[in-house]
Design a protein around this ligand. Sequence first.
Ligand code: SF4
Ligand code: SF4
Length: 303
Amino acid sequence: MQVCDITNISRGSFHDGPGIRTVVYFNNCSLRCKWCHNPETISKDNEILYIKSKCIHCGKCIEICPEHHKAAGDSMEFFREGCIKCGKCADACPAGALNISGESYTPERLMKEIRKDKHYFEESGGGVTFSGGECLLKPQFLREVLKMCKAENIHTCIESAFHVPFENIGRVYELIDFVFADLKIPLSQKHREYTGAGNELIIENIRKLSQIHRNITIRIPLIPKVNDSMEDMKDFADIINTFRGGVKAVELLKYNYLAESKYEILGKEYTKFSDSTQSDAYVQSLVSALKSHLTRDLQVFSK
Ligand code: SF4
Ligand code: SF4
């Protein structure tokens, strides 16, 4: 039976495709972007999240697992080393301070969740967006769910970093109405430095998909002093110019500097690239620069 760990199902999004979207976050990613906004989805294993401010110091987790939980003043210290992520402490926590990310779903169970929002999809022209983590690392599971969505006339979208074998994409692309393809850093060596892998496979995959799919938007997350200079826009355009007609638009995403708390509750180190986001005026100048280097008339916009 196909099963997949899903980290979160977020309802009512306006940013992840047309209309009102339900966004399904898959566990596991093949990249390690230093600015990742969803660090709880990176690992293929579940994660234990500890929100210290919610702890009411009841001591239940200490009773269950004294090796990893110790009383500390008016809260509890969580020692992660050696934790097997069984989730027993999270199940026992009455305050929602300890949680386990990731739950196993069959395609049918996930479909049941998606179906709950059908009314909003119909009213708004929305649908479901599969994100992550990397949804294309589970192509068989994704295919099953996409088939069910199509059978019920639900609009489908994926958001992917495309660092997967093309075979995975080939198994699902016909069932996807709208694609967000992330392009992170134009130069491969720098891409490797900041994400853990070069960008050749990603570019090749988007290029191939742009020949056979008709509705792709390239998404570029703007990271201060990493990929947000005028020169970077020229380098991005040189790559985008090699894509075929399936690429219809490019979206520049302003830097999100608010992800730090997510790293804290996961006990992971956070890399901050700036205390603020790029100004509207600066991003508009990047949009103009990118447009000026494109050889096709693509829609270029920012968020
Ligand atoms: S997840 Fe399991 S092993 Fe880890 S701290 Fe909680 S109870 Fe202990
Ligand atoms: S079970 Fe939850 S509320 Fe109780 S001490 Fe542990 S973390 Fe705090």
